[in-house]
Design a protein around this ligand. Structure first.
Ligand code: SF4
Ligand code: SF4
Ligand code: FES
Length: 307
């Protein structure tokens, strides 16, 4: 959900979305207005606790009088705007973006993407079967590009990185949305343990010198995992349960409580399956955490299972 700070009263502005008049507080994005109007616009790189990165382009809409499609997640609504969310142009744009992403990236754990693909007849397979995973992706120099073989779809797949007991990095699922970089860096954590390395198709999220996480600046707050939209970053417990086929969200409950480790008062949401805590998140609308936690709140729950 979108965090709206309670500040000075804002005037309402009026514009139309798909022929309907909508009124939203000044400063709202087109996406905010569409969501409030019950429209379901696909988003991937949009983060409700982060500045828009404008990286994925699945949220594009048509604005009358504008030459190009505009990203609804970042474009502010203006009085008198005429917005269309479902046109031939928006559908074609979404289809191509999803096909390009789906042909290069493993989207199997990205929520909702399969439905969007079906809705716009996206066929990622038309670029050929996926090429084999690369084992040298971390070593590629900036600017160095792999020559495609023309028969298979080049992918960002690489071996899954399991180098610690808290979270796992599977960059074959990474859409390079920058959300983890922003959460780890100046927008929240100010740790700067992960960033983008490489250029073009060889761009990838990496630690300094591609070191394993325990040798990096990571402080294991897990705030990058919290914002990752694709499951490229996942909690180790979730990863292990997915691997052995026992991860089942339909059997999970989520209970929000207060962290007891220190006096900050962070809200924790405990996800429980079969009477076992399987992951901890934090409500994004919380004015204390905005979805962020420290290592103790995020990962310090194993003792609860000791009986
Ligand atoms: S690891 Fe996740 S959050 Fe980070 S850039 Fe990739 S998809 Fe985005
Ligand atoms: S998550 Fe960390 S900072 Fe927040 S209350 Fe718990 S121990 Fe304190
Ligand atoms: S969600 Fe708007 S550009 Fe990615």
């Amino acid at each position: 959900m979108t965090i709206v700070e309670i500040g000075l009263p804002r005037r309402l502005i009026e514009f139309t979305v798909d022929g309907e008049t909508v009124r939203v507080p000044e400063g709202s994005t087109i996406l905010d207005a569409c969501t409030a109007a019950g429209k379901n616009i696909p988003t991937l790189c949009y983060g409700d606790t982060l500045e828009p990165a404008n990286a994925c382009r699945v949220c594009m809409v048509e604005v009358e009088g504008t030459r190009t499609l505009v990203p609804s997640c970042s474009r502010k609504a203006e009085p008198g705007m005429v917005v269309r969310t479902e046109t031939d142009r928006t559908r074609l744009s979404r289809k191509v973006v999803l096909e390009l992403l789906g042909s290069a990236t493993d989207l199997s754990t990205t929520p909702d993407v399969a439905g969007w693909m079906t809705e716009c007849d996206a066929e990622p397979g038309r670029f050929g079967p996926p090429a084999a995973p690369s084992s040298d992706r971390d070593e590629r120099r900036p600017g160095e590009h792999e020559i495609p073989d023309g028969m298979t779809a080049a992918t960002v797949r690489q071996p899954v990185k399991v180098d610690n007991e808290l979270y796992v990095r599977d960059y074959g699922k990474c859409i390079q949305c920058y959300k983890c970089v922003d959460a780890c860096g100046e927008q929240w954590q100010n740790t700067f343990a992960i960033t983008m390395a490489g250029r073009g198709f060889d761009a990838r999220i990496s630690t300094e010198f591609a070191n394993p996480l325990p040798d990096s600046a990571c402080v294991y707050c897990g705030n990058c995992v919290e914002v990752c939209p694709t499951g490229a970053l996942s909690f180790k417990r979730e990863h292990d349960k997915r691997e052995d086929g026992t991860w089942d969200e339909s059997r999970q409950t989520a209970t929000t409580t207060v962290c007891t480790f220190c006096g900050v008062g962070c809200n924790l949401t405990l996800h429980v399956q079969d009477n076992e805590i399987v992951k901890v998140t934090s409500p994004h609308e919380s004015s204390v955490t905005h979805g962020n936690l420290c290592i103790k709140g995020r990962f310090g729950w194993q003792h609860v299972q000791n009986r």
